[in-house]
Ligand binder design. Structure first.
Ligand code: AMP
Length: 402
C-alpha cells in the first residue's frame, strides 16, 4: 500500500482540489473578525505554492468551526481568504458558496496559477452527514471542480466526511506535503520510536484520552501526566484534590491504568506539587502545595516547580518525546509555568520531539517558543491522538493505493 506524493501528480495545466484545514481561531469579541493564530494557514502554504509553481490552478476547501449545516456570518471564510492572500502575496479568489452558482462560475473562470477558496464546506449539511449517499452527492459536486484531489487537512483525516474521504474516492489523489510529513512522523512513533520513549499528557479531561493512554501503556517507557487530568490520577492514588477538575467515573479506569503500567514496566510520573488557586481566574490568590496538602475550596491550576523539575529531567533523558495537552491553565500567566517548563525542556532536547496538535500547538505559539526547535508540531489534535491510539484514520486509508 502506498500513498502518492504531490510530485507523483502531473498537475500542469490542470485543476487541483485541495482539502486544507483552515479552522483557525479568531480574537474574541473583535469586529470585524480578526484571526488570532494563522498557524494552520501557514502550514498549508508549501503545498499550495508547489501546485501553483507546477502550473496548476488550485481550488481550496476547508471547514471553519461548527456551523449547523447552513451559512452563518460568524463562520464565513472571507477573513481567511484575505489572510491567505497576504501570506501568499497573491490574489486569492473567494467563492461565496460551497458548490453553488458562485463557486461554479469562479471555478470555471480559474486560470493557471490562480488560487480559489470555496466557502466553508460545513455550510452544506451533506459534508458531515452520516448518510453515505448524501456525502457522496456533495463529493461529486466538489470532484467536478478538479482533475486531482490533494489531502492536506490533517486535522480532519480522522473524520468520514464528504470533502475528506468521499471526494478522494472520485479523483486521482495524493497526500499534501503536510499530511505526508504527519504520516511519516506518526508511523515512526507507532512502529519504531527511539527509546527511552516518553509521552507527556495534559489538558482538561482524562475521558478524552482513555484510548490513547491504554494504547500507550504497552508502547512507551514513561508516561507523564499533568493538566486537569492529573487530579483523577491523584485521587485514584488516594489524594484529596479540593475543587480541582475530577472525573469520579474514571477513577476505576485510572486505577486499571496504574496497575497495567506496573505490569508493563512503564513509569508513570505524576505531579508532586501543584499550584492551587482560590478561584478559576487570572488574578486569583494562588500558592504552591504538595499533593498531600490540597485543601478543600482550592483548585489545582498548574503543576508546581518540583514537578516541573522531575518532568524536565525525564524529558531531557529521553530519545523520543511526544506531548499532548497543557500542564495547566496556560492561558493565564500565573498558571503557565508548567506548560512552559515541559515545552522548554522539549526545545532543549536533541530527542525526536513531537507536539500533538490542538491546545499544545497553540501553547507553543502563545508562549512564543521557537517552533523550529521541535522536530514536528502536528496540525491535528484529535487526528494525532487517534493516530497514537493505533486507529485507522479514514482520511488516510482512502489515500492508499494498491
Ligand atoms: P484539552 O482541550 O483537553 O486539550 O484541554 C486543554 C485545556 O485544558 C486548556 O484550555 C487548559 O486551560 C486546560 N487545563 C489545563 N490544566 C487545567 C487544570 N488544572 N484545570 C482546569 N483546566 C486545565
Amino acid at each position: 500500500m502506498t500513498i502518492r506524493s504531490l510530485s507523483d501528480l502531473d498537475v500542469a495545466g490542470r485543476r487541483v482540489l485541495v482539502r486544507v484545514d483552515f479552522n483557525v481561531p479568531f480574537k474574541k469579541g473583535v469586529e470585524p473578525r480578526e484571526i488570532s493564530d494563522d498557524g494552520r494557514i501557514r502550514a498549508a502554504l508549501p503545498t499550495i505554492s508547489h501546485l501553483v509553481e507546477a502550473g496548476a490552478s488550485v481550488v481550496l476547501a476547508t471547514h471553519l468551526g461548527r456551523p449547523k449545516g447552513e451559512p452563518a456570518a460568524e463562520f464565513t471564510l472571507e477573513p481567511v481568504a484575505v489572510r491567505l492572500g497576504e501570506l501568499l502575496s497573491a490574489k486569492v479568489i473567494y467563492a461565496t458558496d460551497v458548490t453553488g452558482s458562485d463557486a461554479q462560475l469562479k471555478v470555471s473562470n480559474l486560470q493557471i496559477g490562480e488560487v480559489l477558496l470555496l466557502e466553508n464546506v460545513r455550510f452544506d449539511p451533506r459534508e458531515t452527514s452520516k448518510v453515505a449517499t448524501e456525502r457522496e452527492a456533495l463529493a461529486k459536486e466538489l470532484a467536478s471542480f478538479a482533475d486531482f484531489f490533494v489531502s492536506e487537512g490533517f486535522g480532519v483525516v480522522h473524520r468520514e466526511q464528504a470533502s475528506v474521504t468521499d471526494v478522494a474516492k472520485l479523483l486521482p489523489h495524493a497526500a499534501g506535503l503536510l499530511v505526508e510529513a504527519e504520516i511519516r512522523v506518526f508511523k515512526k512513533l507507532l512502529e519504531d520510536p527511539d527509546r527511552p520513549y516518553t509521552v507527556v499528557l495534559g489538558g482538561s479531561k482524562v475521558s478524552d484520552k482513555l484510548g490513547v493512554i491504554s494504547h500507550l501503556l504497552t508502547k512507551v517507557n514513561t508516561l507523564i501526566v499533568g493538566g486537569g487530568m492529573c487530579f483523577t490520577f491523584l485521587k485514584a492514588q488516594g489524594h484529596e484534590v479540593g475543587n480541582s477538575l475530577l472525573e469520579m467515573e474514571q477513577i476505576e479506569t485510572v486505577k486499571g491504568f496504574l496497575s497495567s503500567a506496573i505490569e508493563n514496566n512503564v513509569k508513570v510520573l505524576l505531579p508532586v506539587d501543584i499550584v492551587v488557586a482560590d478561584a478559576f481566574a487570572a488574578d486569583a490568590n494562588h500558592k504552591v502545595v504538595s499533593i498531600q496538602n490540597i485543601e478543600d475550596g482550592w483548585i489545582g491550576l498548574d503543576i508546581g516547580p518540583k514537578s516541573c523539575e522531575i518532568f524536565t529531567d525525564a524529558i531531557s533523558t529521553s530519545k523520543t518525546v511526544v506531548w499532548n495537552g497543557p500542564m495547566g491553565v496556560f492561558e493565564m500567566e500565573a498558571f503557565a509555568a508548567g506548560t512552559k517548563a515541559v515545552a522548554n525542556a522539549m526545545t532543549q532536547s536533541s530527542a525526536m520531539t513531537v507536539v500533538g496538535g490542538g491546545d499544545s500547538a497553540a501553547a507553543v505559539r502563545v508562549l512564543k517558543l521557537d517552533e523550529n526547535k521541535f522536530t514536528h508540531i502536528s496540525t491535528g489534535g484529535g487526528a494525532s491522538l487517534e493516530f497514537l491510539e493505533g486507529k485507522t484514520l479514514p482520511g488516510i486509508a482512502v489515500l492508499e493505493d494498491k
